[in-house]
Design a protein around this ligand. Structure first.
Ligand SMILES: [Zn+2]
Length: 403
């Protein structure tokens, strides 16, 4: 078989909605032949069961999934089981712990990153946005080790990297290291709790913005802190990004738990402001504090998800599946109808949906990247609701695995 140029038959694609009394009650699908050439979808043709082509066996084809917040560089996955320790409560406790364990973790971090990539692929993800520790204990070694792992997997997995000052920019002196990292093929300048870790919202955010602008990168800041200082951090970032068109659509706040506690009017105004500034949210869909995801969607804020921790010193609950995150979102916010479940899929795919809100097919079209996942499901709504099993994955036209 020519792996750059081949056809798939019996591919199930969504073709429209069926309505009863104005409500979407069913998603229509049909079987197709999908031609792949040079990493792209070359054509979508009527099905022919007798065609000389790879048999997709009637499985549902969806846009391959994207995990938009994970730490591929520091994980216990691939090693022995270990739960979180009780004494590690605050982010500062975790920094102290990391200073102890990172030298040992770095010895296996390339291998473990590759095992973690395999887990993500098994769960249908072909792409990740990975944060990577940039701090005095790791130096640039966490980044170099991860870049090795990504190089080894580059034919089957894509990634963008966030240089992440996990131990603070100033709490442990990391600004020079961040400058070095910015020169090393990363995509985003990260950040961490500017007030509670570094003690100065403006100084920390200004440094991050200046570095991003100087090296033409995006921004993705971990914001755990709530209260007035958490809110002021969001507002200050939004205000500064509004004045920098180069950062629009490329700036994100990860977690941003402070939004879970805002009163409705304040939240509406902030979501509107974030949408205008092009500042997005990356959320693991926590249920400790319920994030206002429906409000963010309503105002047009970009929302992504990720597993964050799979098994590490922070948390051991990551499954590796972002489809599970879409399912969790549907349960938390009451997205229970055929239509709402079908829309919830966008959390797993990085906001690509096969059907538009009117039921018109918008994906795939010829020329789309051949990043494809195949599931045992009859439609997107079922896939989200049942967390349907992933049967194969294609990354840039290359078949990663097929069961
Ligand atoms: Zn994280």
């Amino acid at each position: 078989m020519d792996t750059n140029n081949y056809s798939l038959k019996n591919v199930r694609l969504e073709t429209g909605f069926e309505y009863e009394e104005g409500e979407v009650v069913h998603t229509r699908t049909e079987l197709f032949i999908v031609q792949i050439a040079n990493g792209k979808v070359a054509a979508i043709l009527p099905n022919d069961p007798k065609a000389k082509a790879i048999d997709a066996k009637g499985r549902l084809m969806l846009p391959a999934f994207r995990d938009m917040h994970i730490h591929l560089d520091k994980t216990f996955y691939g090693g022995p089981w270990q739960a979180r320790r009780k004494k590690n409560r605050t982010v500062r406790d975790m920094i102290a712990m990391e200073q102890q364990i990172i030298p040992e973790m770095l010895k296996t971090s390339t291998y473990r990153a590759e095992k973690l990539i395999e887990l993500l692929q098994t769960n249908g993800s072909h792409f990740a946005r990975s944060h990577v520790n940039i701090e005095p204990t790791s130096g640039l070694n966490s980044l170099k080790n991860l870049q090795k792992a990504l190089e080894n997997r580059k034919d089957s997995f894509g990634a963008e990297l966030v240089a992440f000052p996990q131990h603070g920019l100033y709490y442990t002196p990391s600004t020079e290291l961040m400058r070095e990292a910015a020169k090393m093929d990363i995509d985003f300048i990260g950040g961490l709790d500017p007030h509670s870790i570094d003690g100065n919202i403006e100084r920390s955010i200004d440094f991050t913005i200046d570095l991003a602008l100087e090296f033409n990168k995006g921004i993705d800041i971990h914001l755990h802190e709530g209260g007035d200082t958490g809110l002021r951090t969001v507002e200050y970032l939004v205000e500064r990004v509004k004045a920098q068109p180069a950062l629009k659509g490329k700036t994100f706040l990860s977690h941003c738990f402070v939004l879970a506690k805002l009163e409705k009017n304040k939240m509406d105004a902030l979501a509107d402001s974030m949408a205008q500034a092009g500042v997005g949210i990356v959320s693991t869909i926590p249920f400790g504090g319920i994030m206002p995801i429906p409000t963010l969607y309503k105002y047009g804020v970009t929302v992504y998800t990720g597993n964050d921790s799979i098994i590490d010193h922070w948390n051991t609950f990551g499954s590796g599946s972002v489809l599970q995150k879409a399912n969790l979102m549907a349960q938390l916010y009451g997205y229970v109808t055929e239509f709402d479940l079908s829309r919830a899929l966008k959390l797993a795919t990085g906001n690509i949906l096969p059907l538009n809100d009117k039921g018109g097919r918008q994906w795939p079209v010829a020329g789309d990247k051949a990043d494809l996942v195949f599931l045992d499901a009859s439609c997107s709504a079922e896939a989200v609701s049942r967390i349907s099993p992933v049967q194969s994955l294609i990354h840039e036209g290359k078949i990663v695995f097929s069961k």
